[in-house]
Design a protein around this ligand. Sequence first.
Ligand code: UDX
Length: 476
Amino acid sequence: MDHQQEEAGIPHVLTFPLPIQGPINSMLQLAELFCLAGLKVTFLNTIHNQERLLRCTNVQSRFEQYHGFFWFVTIPDGLPEEHPRSIEQFGDIITSVQTVAEPFLREILLSEPVVTCIIPDALSYYAVDIGNEMGVPVIPFDTISPSCLWVYLCLPKLIEAQELPFKGDDLDALVRHIPTMEGLLRRRDLPHFCLTDYKTDPSSLAALKEIERIPQAYGLMLNTFEDLDGHFLSCIRSYSAKTYAIGPVHLHLKTRLAEKQTPSLLSSNSLWEEDQSSIRWLDAQPVGSVIYVSFGSLIVASREEILEFWHGLLNSEVKYLWVLRPNILREGETDYKFMKELAEGCQKNGYIVSWAPQKKILAHPAIGGFLTHSGWNSTIESIVEGKPMICWPHNVDQRVNSRLVNKLWKIGLDMKGTCDRSTIERMIKDLMGTKRDEFKKSTDNLSKLAKLSVGEGGSSTYDLESLIKDIKGFTL
Ligand code: UDX
């Protein structure tokens, strides 16, 4: 790390995302917002992801403009090179990274230039212990949705009230012990581990440790805005009074860069190469005519599920742009011939790519809707662009997010737990046709509120300014 030009007294933040696409994306955007505000940032990444990031993006040259204020630092993730690093091995990934990161964090906190604040992903709860032990304030950035974080915070109540583990197999029963969400969440809307075994699932164990640390950290940062998640933010603030809602972070960054007249520098943080031909294909399609289909960076599906989507999409007769990652098939089902044939068969009515410039796609006028896995980044990116959604959620926060999309915000449909061609066909026809105006009205409204939140006097602008002021105070 070249810290030669270090000036004394400037706050120095150490950011540390989980080694997966969504958190890396939001943490890099946050790092850039900090650099724009005059803070120094060290961004800790795993070697595996850093190599991918450098191969697929212009991140290196983009951050050169912050010379003397921004550094990448890498550590191994501790996994063998051939490890698939998919969601099915999420437990391995977080345990292995923790083993490497813990001693590294202690070492970097003793080095020059002095780190004045640590911003880890909230699932890296051990960073709170290390920061507290070494006298460095920690403000975790929780990159999942606030509504799901609120569910996590209520898990001990659910367990104490013996609501969890569930008795009986009625997944439609309403959950009773999550204040503000009574009457909204059914058992099937809770994180996947509540439906399986919360006592052994690695995500559940990490979530339970995370929520213990939240009150022990200096504060907490969330990628949302008051008008979207105000209810949950108030609840979360009873555990962490200094909860800063600074999102949508990508929109916040875009707005700040535009003010500085450097919007062209904003580009992707993708770990896969983005296929720009998808934009050219969209340019030739009528306004609002295409459904965008993408299940994020981690989800794996079976061949049967992919075939159901294929038939559902074809039968709907709606044009589609589909991101089919080469590693989307579940371990043991990888079949390149099948994927190639599928891609060829699809070209009649749509366009398939292995990774797309998602934010640009969602902003494209030809896109009328988004068939998504409801990852939090995808959800908030879709809200910003005013695109209604069909949700096919799997794990972490996705099951909660999809319920809110459908029942609270009324900006889409939830096809949780089903994957058959006739449901897919019907939902696409509803979203893009009969129910389009209804969903579009609510999505446009939220999109407008998102933009206001990051504008002058907006709630997210206020929270970001307070956060930066607080971080600057740590050096005094
Ligand atoms: C994970 C979890 O699954 C999610 O539930 C949690 O909220 C965050 O971490 P991921 O599954 O990758 O993330 O989903 P998501 O949060 O939606 O992030 C995916 C990111 O990849 C988005 O920022 C999206 O714009 C980007 N993306 C996706 C692309 O740039 N191109 C693509 O083709 C697909």
